[in-house]
Design a protein around this ligand. Structure first.
Ligand code: SF4
Length: 385
């Protein structure tokens, strides 16, 4: 496993915090707090990777056909294959995964994988807002003690690059696509076998931008591979990304960041965050896999973002779960004009949002109230000295 660095902070009340602890830190965490436990919880439909049947689904096309067909025809074949399942093995040499790879390859030739819609040909080396070419760069890979008990612990494959680049990014070390990295190639499978992990998470930076490279990487999945795949993204991906991930991903963990255009413009330089987020949610709730939405509470954004976002999401409360996260820390490119963001959200703000969400949809859709194994919230456990 490899990491760029491990962030620690001393908080105002004198406690120390280890950001994103990994499984190798368990002895340290337990020496600080002997009660420390990794939170785990059951999750319906989250045990075996759907990827393996997508790889096994053979379509009666040959490789020459695939390059001759129009993109519209390939999407029709792709959608029909997903709807029909893998019940009828056919003679052919093209799998559903191959179809997805070809569609993703065409997509990055005029790239609109995220809300930036750059339209550049990344395959020929032109770079858009994310700065990525056709290949993925792995900045870090480690077994993470995750925020979401249902996927915990998870091997994080932290990819470099992001199309959104919020000014308060909590993982800005990975935004530079040209920073230190490993290629996403078969070498990585040695790490992904870790018995300590329950799942594998593609995260970043942001993974959407690297979908073409990730799908290619997954063609080499070892036959004994058995861990479900998690897609942990910024909520700014295009519907095309989510369609390509249907049949690959076993749980989605999208961020839910901004409701108002003024906020998304100020903090991420885009007007269309809400449009992209809602369109993505509409697509993934139909895929019959767990959707765990993350909302990192931004101080000072209660009325404009947090409350209306929760109210929007509550209409899907039977299909999604919500994680209201209080670990925001002022970071990256914040300046004096962002004074409202220059603090952590207060305990009472988090409590208020939790009770608001509970009033709208009950406790069942809130990850904070999930029945878990031993231990309380990870951040509380990790920081007591
Ligand atoms: S992934 Fe997004 S930011 Fe990157 S080139 Fe494509 S549209 Fe632009």
């Amino acid at each position: 496993m490899f990491r760029q660095d491990i962030k620690t902070r001393v908080l105002e009340d004198g406690r120390a915090e280890i950001v994103d602890p990994d499984i190798e830190m368990l002895p340290l965490l337990r020496s600080i707090n002997p009660e420390f436990r990794i939170r785990r919880a059951r999750l319906k439909n989250f045990s075996k990777p759907r990827l393996m049947s997508t790889k096994a689904h053979i379509h009666p096309l040959n490789r020459h056909d695939i390059s001759e067909r129009s993109t519209a025809e390939l999407w029709t074949i792709h959608d029909a294959a997903l709807n029909n399942g893998s019940s009828a093995p056919a003679r052919g040499e093209v799998t559903l995964l191959d179809l997805k790879i070809e569609l993703a390859r065409r997509e990055i030739q005029e790239c609109r994988l995220c809300g930036r819609g750059c339209g550049v040909d990344r395959l020929s080396g032109v770079r858009g807002h994310c700065g990525l070419g056709a290949d993925a760069k792995v900045g870090e890979c480690f077994v993470h003690i995750a925020e979401e008990a249902p996927v915990n612990p998870s091997i994080n494959v932290n990819l470099r690059g992001c199309g959104l680049k919020c000014r308060f990014c909590q993982k800005h070390e990975l935004l530079d696509p040209d920073g230190p990295s490993h290629p996403l190639d078969s070498f990585l499978w040695n790490h992904l076998r870790s018995k300590a992990a329950r799942s594998i998470s593609f995260i970043g930076g942001n993974p959407d931008e690297s979908i073409y490279a990730i799908l290619r990487f997954l063609t080499d999945t070892p036959t004994e591979f058995g861990k479900p795949i998690v897609w942990n993204s910024n909520g700014y991906g295009s519907r095309t990304v989510y369609k390509l991930l249907n049949g690959i991903v076993d749980a989605y963990i999208p961020d839910m960041k901004f409701f108002g255009k003024t906020c998304s413009r100020e903090l991420a330089g885009c007007d269309n965050y809400l449009e992209m987020f809602t369109s993505g949610i509409e697509e993934i709730v139909e895929q019959d896999v767990p959707v765990l939405v993350r909302m990192l509470v931004l101080p000072g954004h209660m009325e404009c973002c947090n409350l209306p976002l929760i109210a929007y999401l509550a209409k899907y409360r039977r299909k999604v779960m919500l994680n209201i996260m209080g670990q925001y820390y002022p970071d990256y490119k914040l300046s004096d004009r962002d004074s409202v963001l220059n603090r952590r959200p207060s305990h009472s703000e988090i409590e208020y949002l939790l009770s608001y969400a509970e009033n709208l949809g009950g406790r069942e859709w809130l990850i904070s109230y999930m029945k878990t194994g031993m231990g309380s919230d990870k951040t509380e456990e990790a920081i007591t000295i």
